[in-house]
Design a protein around this ligand. Structure first.
Ligand SMILES: Nc1ncnc2c1ncn2[C@@H]1O[C@H](COP(=O)(O)OP(=O)(O)OP(=O)(O)O)[C@@H](O)[C@H]1O
Length: 321
């Protein structure tokens, strides 16, 4: 839906977003991942018609969003992280009725659309309570309800769970998954790796305004140069275990250790370029290295495909401006 997006700011001609293309299909959750200032929000704001691209094209549900921003706006729902924007002394329902009105929803459809949206986000029971009395989690769900008015085929969610309690964040994630399952396309930004890993079908990693890699978690991991990871713990007295295991393994892996619960939590990142290596090969190599340094075989060893967080941390240096 977006191609060749570029956005330049100010007299200094700072390039915030450079040649970004992406698409969000129905039922797909597409996540934008990247460090602070990478250009994620600028991209979302352009897709939402809040910001005009310096160059590039955007289509929302077949509508040219640069030429016809209002028509495109009616085809998408937007939740920007940390926004306020409700009338504290009006009820949740009246707030949504006001926004339904702003969106130009037909009068006879308005009340029904509002009640459906409140129901969808689990706020139907508190529809007559004032928004000012809502907790942060309830407000965030109200934002989602607002975005859902008129059942747009596309949702743009910029950090929808930032600052929420874990249980409320979980509710919001469940809701996002349900909406996608019902056919809505979702473009999501988040700093939570487990969240992106859980929700996203496609991940675009953005660094310094450009998309550097795109795909599933395994694709991001391959780009980061790691494929699998082994994690285990060692007793506190083995303070130099990582360096000694590293010496044994050489450049097929990177070994790090951190203190955790009075022991060492050790992580071994196996290099991705050895495509023949499987779990067993890694475990055998590791057992040999540990025996060599005089450590007992760890009972809690797990070797598995790299997580998104591990992959992301491994490539963080390459994303800086
Ligand atoms: N209106 C503006 N004027 C000038 N520079 C801007 C403007 N908006 C954004 N920028 C700059 O563009 C870059 C990208 O910002 P953006 O907010 O898109 O990043 P982000 O990836 O969403 O970051 P974060 O993770 O911190 O939210 C930043 O360096 C920011 O300072």
């Amino acid at each position: 839906m977006a191609s060749g997006l570029r956005r330049v700011f100010g007299k200094e001609e700072f390039v915030a977003v450079d040649d970004v293309s992406l698409s969000v299909e129905p039922s797909q959750v597409h996540a934008l991942l990247g460090p602070n200032g990478a250009g994620k929000t600028t991209t979302v704001r352009m897709c939402a018609t809040l910001l005009t691209p310096t160059t590039g094209e955007i289509q929302v549900d077949g509508m040219d969003a640069v030429r016809h921003p209002e028509a495109a706006r009616a085809r998408l729902g937007l939740v920007l992280g940390g926004e306020l924007g409700f009338y504290p002394r009006a009820t949740a329902r009246d707030n949504l009725l006001f926004f339904a009105d702003l969106q130009g929803l037909a009068r006879r459809r308005r009340r029904q659309a509002v009640d459906e949206a409140l129901e969808r986000v689990g706020l139907a029971d508190v529809a007559t309570r004032k928004a000012g009395a809502f907790s942060r989690g309830m407000l965030q769900r109200l934002h989602l309800a607002r975005a859902l008015l008129g059942s747009p085929p596309l949702l743009l969610l910029d950090e929808p769970t930032t600052g929420l309690d874990p249980d409320v964040a979980l509710q919001v994630r469940n809701l996002i998954r349900e909406l996608a399952a019902d056919g809505t396309g979702v473009l999501l930004t988040s700093h939570s790796m487990p969240e992106v890993e859980e929700l996203a079908d496609t991940i675009s990693v953005i660094g310094a305004g450009r998309i550097v890699t795109r795909g599933a978690v395994s694709d991001v991991a391959a780009y980061a140069g790691i494929a699998m990871t082994s994690v285990f713990s060692l007793p506190a007295q083995l303070a130099d275990a990582a360096a000694r295991v590293q010496e044994q393994l050489g450049d097929v892996a990177v070994v790090v250790q951190r203190p955790a619960s009075g022991r060492w939590a050790v992580t071994v990142y196996w290099a991705a370029d050895d495509s023949h290596a499987d779990r067993e090969t890694h475990d055998t190599a590791l057992a040999g290295a540990l025996a060599e340094i005089g450590a007992d075989a760890p009972a809690d060893l797990v070797t598995r495909p790299a997580s998104l967080e591990e992959a992301y941390l491994a490539l963080a240096d390459r994303l800086a401006r």
